[in-house]
Design a protein around this ligand. Structure first.
Ligand code: ME8
Length: 640
């Protein structure tokens, strides 16, 4: 195996397989992907792990609600995870599922080992339990609720009282060791401040942790006592080591090489489990602790955490279809500070695409290439002497690279990106100040120099963008006749005056965005919030009407929208725009009946008015299907 110092092992939380991934799950996975790519560019041997958490009461209950057995139920979401990760260029090395037999065997062997060691013992547990969060309340958290179930402080939902025989992990024995570890490793948690809440929690006193259930069947059977199943965290957390071969003799070398993880990414909701239980499990197992936990805030919608169980989630697939995956990556990484919660906004996303991506970067690339090609400069030759302004541009670059690298290394992507954009502004200023369109006519030598220096700068920008927007980085470099070169250590990336650039115009890096209204275009996943059922009067507000699609036309400059002419019988004819072009040929739609939202306020897209919304359903292959009555009904029929 190679030099251990030169490896980088990064993990995401494993997501509950109760629904398709949402923007929150994408965000954690994206942070891990950027770290993985950045470290690859630093020449490290990277292992990037993600996956799904598939056992426990929460999953079992969700499966029952869907009238399915738990295994086929969890199976049904895996393709959506893999598909969405792929469409966002998430380049993971392994996708672990906690129902994988290798994981199950590892957990059982580990439980057995700790039982023999005396760190796990059997007794009776009583306490208030929050199923959505899979956590017991502490005595302090449960205190003060005399006449009703205590409310979970994390999600504000009622808890249940549980009294049962259980296996305990001797968490209390690790209280002092944990505090000592935190004291010696103040940078264990990024951002640092979040470690304080953990320290306070540990200082308030650790009780032994219940890690098995007899009342739940959907889980990993306890070795030698199959009435019990391992309970969630003792199963889920182990994924980080089972995936790389823990307790598997044949994979010992691999495990020794990758463990400990260099960074483990998670939202602040699960910090306690990762900063207290997980280190204690590892200490008990005689293993090293992860080097760092990267803990980010929540993406919120209407001031509330975006969450499957609150039913307010945004589908990342709809966003990538509308805006392009790399643009969404850029928005999430540059606009959301990992240190804080942030409200998701399509307006901010669109603003970001228009001004930072299309104007600052896309236009610069386009201008330099169009101008060079117009003046027959397809191959930009080397230059020998650098002017003072060119030198000072690259000095600014060197300074920016130091800042950029430091922020990338500490996972503050929201600071690294603006530093890069300040350099892009300097390159824009350099290009415009020289007015190369005039030089082309008056001073060819100077003209070639300005084009060369701008291309040199774009090469540097393109390489630095690879971890943030991998596809756009490749496209940008492609415009210059180059490819991403992972052999260059990114921290030493500098202009290469031996290079010539073979320019290629191609399509603009960032297409004009098709502005779509947030509510109409970003469907909230159809998870019903049991806490807040809607009233029949809410439902009655929506008019769902059957119509026949009479005409369907493409819209120039839009690769997503069709313009439909729909006949609603006595209700008249309407023009309706729909982003379904990718999924249907025109002839598949003509003369078809479908269901439309009829009383949606008209809205403009690509300068055209849309007077309603076509309803579709996503099938298992992630294609759209029309919703139509089983038999022909008169156009204009309202759904009841
Ligand atoms: O907790 N904003 O799984 P989970 C930002 N299976 N990130 C969010 C988010 C939001 N609104 N919502 C979710 C579990 N996340 C356990 C983890 S690990 C051994 C077991 C992200 O599906 C964030 O990283 O509820 C959060 O920690 C994770 O998804 C929780 O996903």
């Amino acid at each position: 195996m190679q030099d251990k110092k030169n490896k980088f092992y990064v993990t995401t939380p494993i997501y509950y397989a109760t629904a398709r991934p949402h923007l929150g799950s994408l965000y954690s996975t994206l942070l891990a992907d950027v770290s993985a790519r950045w470290n690859k560019q630093k020449g490290k041997k990277v292992f990037f792990l993600t996956g799904t958490d598939e056992h426990g009461q929460k999953i079992d209950q969700a499966a029952q609600k869907a009238q399915m057995e738990p295994k086929p139920f969890v199976d049904s979401f895996i393709e959506a995870y893999k598909f969405i990760w792929k469409s966002y260029h998430i380049d993971y090395d392994y996708f672990i599922r906690t129902t994988d037999q290798t994981h199950v065997k590892t957990v059982q062997a580990w439980l057995e080992m700790l039982m023999q060691k005396g760190d796990i013992y059997k007794s009776v547990y009583e306490g208030w339990y929050c199923t959505p969060d899979e956590a017991f309340l502490t005595e302090k958290e449960a205190a003060g609720f005399t006449d009703k179930s205590p409310i979970c402080p994390t999600c504000n939902r009622p808890t249940n009282f549980i009294s049962e025989e259980t296996y305990f992990f001797k968490l209390s024995a690790y209280q002092d060791k944990l505090l000592e570890f935190f004291e010696n490793n103040p940078n264990f948690v990024v951002p640092k401040e979040r470690l304080n809440e953990v320290i306070k929690f540990v200082q308030s006193g650790l009780k032994d942790l219940s890690i098995s259930r007899t009342t739940v069947k959907w889980g990993i059977p306890f070795p030698g006592d199959s009435r019990h199943v391992a309970y969630v965290w003792a199963d889920a957390l182990l994924n980080y080591i089972s995936a790389i071969g823990y307790l598997d003799k044949a994979r010992q070398q691999e495990f020794d090489f990758y463990w400990p993880a260099d960074v483990q990414v998670m939202g602040k909701d699960i910090l306690r489990f990762h900063a207290v239980y997980w280190p204690a499990f590892l200490m008990a197992s005689g293993l090293k602790l992860p080097k760092q936990l990267l803990v980010h805030g929540w993406i919120k919608v209407n001031q509330q955490k975006m969450s499957k169980s609150f039913g307010n989630v945004i589908d990342p697939q709809v966003l990538s279809d509308n805006y392009g995956a790399d643009a969404v990556r850029y928005y999430l990484l540059s606009q959301l500070a990992i240190t804080q919660d942030a409200e998701f906004s399509t307006q901010a996303l669109e603003q970001c695409i228009e001004s930072e991506l299309a104007n600052d970067l896309g236009n610069l690339v386009n201008r330099v290439i169009v101008l060079a090609l117009k003046n027959d400069l397809k191959i930009v030759p080397k230059i020998n002497i650098l002017s003072e302004e060119s030198k000072s541009l690259f000095q600014a670059y060197q300074k920016m690279l130091v800042e950029f690298s430091q922020d990338m290394d500490r996972y503050h992507f929201h600071l690294a990106i603006p530093a890069l954009w300040r350099f892009i502004a300097q390159v824009n200023a350099y290009f415009h100040a020289h007015e190369p369109w005039k030089l082309a006519k008056t001073d060819n030598k100077k003209f070639v120099e300005v084009i060369n220096i701008t291309c040199q700068s774009l090469r540097l920008i393109g390489n630095l963008l690879w971890s943030i927007m991998p596809k756009k980085s490749e496209e940008l470099l492609n415009h210059l006749g180059l490819k991403v070169d992972l052999k260059i250590n990114i921290e030493l990336l500098k202009p290469d005056f031996e290079l010539t650039f073979n320019l290629y115009q191609g399509e603009n890096l960032f297409a004009k965005i098709e502005k779509l209204e947030q509510k109409a275009t970003i469907p909230v996943e159809s998870v019903i919030d049991e806490q807040k059922p809607i009233d029949i009067t809410d439902f009655a507000k929506v008019q769902l009407v059957v119509g026949t699609i009479e005409q369907c036309e493409e819209i120039s400059q839009s690769d997503k929208l069709y313009k439909l002419q729909v006949d609603f019988g006595i209700k008249g004819k309407r023009q309706i725009l729909s982003g379904i072009k990718k999924f249907f040929k025109i002839n598949d739609l003509i003369n078809k009946q479908a269901v439309f939202v009829f009383n949606l306020a008209p809205r403009k897209m690509m300068g055209l008015e849309s007077q309603g919304m076509l309803l579709t359903a996503v099938d298992e292959q992630n294609n759209l299907q029309l919703i139509a009555p089983a038999k022909f009904v008169p156009n204009g029929t309202m759904l009841k």
